[in-house]
Write a protein that binds this ligand. Structure first.
Ligand code: CP
Ligand code: NVA
Length: 309
């Protein structure tokens, strides 16, 4: 049987997403009761970019479920000396039960998945961050009883996090997901089109606009991410200018609905994409969001391994 991979928020159906979140909520309620579900399983993790949350939450998730996490930095492997990801995948499939990978191009993940006989999980690529979006949908579900009522607004760069949120928000059947990005920084068209078509099935409206003030009016969730992602450090100064007016601050929050929450995948740059008052204020859900990475990843790994013989 071919393994299931999780390279995109679009790699699971709406009902699979729902089931994973339900399981994650159960696991969150009893952190120590599921010690055995990964017993005897070794989960490899390759990081080609830095990570705090993803790396530690996966490592703790696997350990708490009785599995063995094997953390690898690409520069400590032959991968860093030119061995192909495909050959790496073939070999690691002989040792491991699943592979978690943070890398640059989505094509690298796809090549790896094709050559692997074990599930490959996208721990962030330039195109998507589906593990983050899964935890984010769980966080929204914890805060709002009816997802179909939720107006979700993402502000800033139309990047990996934005892409996965559009897809995952549409799968979750949120009321709407609006990407508010400056001109030239919009999410890529095929991904927006795909999110629109998922939304036609689930009832989610997918919108894009360059107008933060209008988009935040009556919103229930305001979400942002860094303006310069990993790999874009050289563009940082230029991007600060392009994103002027897109800071998630008290002015934008004041336009949102009563009880609105603020989300950020972290790491945050206070004073750039988000103000300190807002991220550290009462509307902030960012620490729950970060915690939920642990629970959703437990549910994800457990499910992907269950699908295998
Ligand atoms: N949000 C997130 O993926 O954080 P890290 O880069 O620290 O893993
Ligand atoms: N868009 C950010 C997310 C970090 C978790 C990046 O790719 O650096």
């Amino acid at each position: 049987m071919n393994p299931r991979h999780f390279l995109s928020s679009d790699d699971i159906t709406s009902s699979e997403q729902k089931a994973l979140i339900a399981r994650a909520r159960q696991l969150k309620g009893s952190r120590t009761r599921h010690r055995k579900s990964l017993a005897g399983k070794s989960i490899g993790m390759i990081f080609e970019k830095p990570s705090t949350r993803t790396r530690i939450s996966f490592e703790v998730a696997v350990t708490e479920m009785g599995g063995h996490p094997v953390i690898l930095r690409s520069d400590e492997m032959q991968l860093g000396r030119g061995e192909t990801l495909e050959d790496t995948g073939r070999v690691l499939s002989r040792y491991l039960d699943a592979l978690v990978v943070r890398t640059y191009g989505q094509d690298r993940l796809e090549g790896l998945a094709e050559s692997s006989t074990i599930p490959v999980i996208n721990a962030l690529s330039d195109l998507e961050h589906p593990c983050q979006a899964l935890a984010d949908v769980m966080t929204v579900a914890e805060r709002f009883d009816r997802p179909s009522d939720v107006r979700f607004v993402y502000l800033g760069d139309g990047n990996n996090v934005c892409h996965s949120l559009l897809l995952a928000g549409a799968k979750a059947g949120l009321g709407s997901v609006t990407a508010v990005c400056p001109e030239g920084f919009e999410p890529i068209e095929p991904l927006v089109e795909r999110s629109i078509s998922i939304g036609e099935e689930t009832g989610t409206k997918i919108l894009t606009t360059p107008d933060p003030l209008e988009a935040c009016e009556g919103a229930h969730v305001l979400y942002t991410d860094v303006w310069a992602s990993m790999g874009q450090e050289a563009e940082h100064a230029k991007r600060l200018k392009s994103f002027k007016g897109f800071q998630l601050d008290e002015t934008l929050l004041a336009r949102a609905a009563a009880g609105a929450i603020v989300m950020h995948c972290l790491p945050a740059h206070r004073g750039e994409e988000i103000s300190a008052e807002v991220i550290d204020g009462p509307a902030s859900a960012v620490w729950d969001q970060a915690e939920n990475r642990l629970h959703t990843q437990k549910a994800l790994v457990e499910w992907l391994l269950k699908e295998l013989p």
